[in-house]
Write a protein that binds this ligand. Structure first.
Ligand code: ZN
Length: 190
């Protein structure tokens, strides 16, 4: 398992709901946390490791020594956004080195399934709400830069174009994951 980078096509897809919680899924979650900590992230969505399922992990401390802060959410639905719009400089593990100011509501109410298969409901503000919005977006094919107006942001556009060029090269060399491969992966998950 490894973190995939923009513009890997799975990052632009709506993923499939999780239907079964088993040991293999729990192992996947553990591996995702490990990758997230290595990359010093606070959240990681399943498509960021090439998996077609609606699942994300988070730990707002980014600290593996605080496992009590770990959360796993499947099939999340944000039921309400509330509070002021806040601008936060966000990063994303699928966009190494890129930081963009993104405006989002400061609070969310959402429900999801946890790793025990229970329905959980949370109402959060601040960093946790920020992570839930960023990661839930991933599960429906939206990346953070699409939540911002970057038309005048030369450095962001340059960085994105460099990532697209890297992908085009990999396509030519036959080492990239293609749209068709992702179609197949999603069809298998249904
Ligand atoms: Zn992200």
């Amino acid at each position: 398992m490894e973190i995939v980078h923009y513009p890997h096509p799975i990052l632009a897809r709506e993923l499939k709901p999780v239907r079964k919680i088993d040991q293999s899924l729990r192992d996947t979650v553990r591996e995702m946390f490990d990758l997230m900590y290595q990359a010093e992230g606070v959240g990681l969505a399943a498509n960021q490791v090439g998996l077609p399922i609606q699942l994300f992990v988070m730990n707002p401390t980014a600290d593996p020594d605080q496992p009590e802060e770990e959360q796993v959410f499947m099939n999340p639905i944000i039921t309400r956004r509330f509070g002021e719009m806040r601008v936060v400089n966000e990063g994303c593990l699928s966009f190494p080195g890129l930081r963009i100011d993104v405006s989002r509501p400061e609070g969310v109410e959402f429900r999801a399934i946890n790793l025990k298969g229970e329905v959980v409901r949370n109402k959060w503000k601040g960093l946790r709400a920020r992570i839930v919005q960023h990661e839930s977006d991933h599960l429906f094919g939206t990346s953070f830069f699409q939540r911002a107006d970057i038309s005048g942001n030369v450095s962001a556009n340059t960085a994105l174009e460099a990532m697209r060029e890297t992908y085009r090269q990999a396509l030519k060399e036959g080492t990239a994951v293609t749209e068709e491969m992702v179609d197949k992966l999603l069809a298998q998950q249904a």
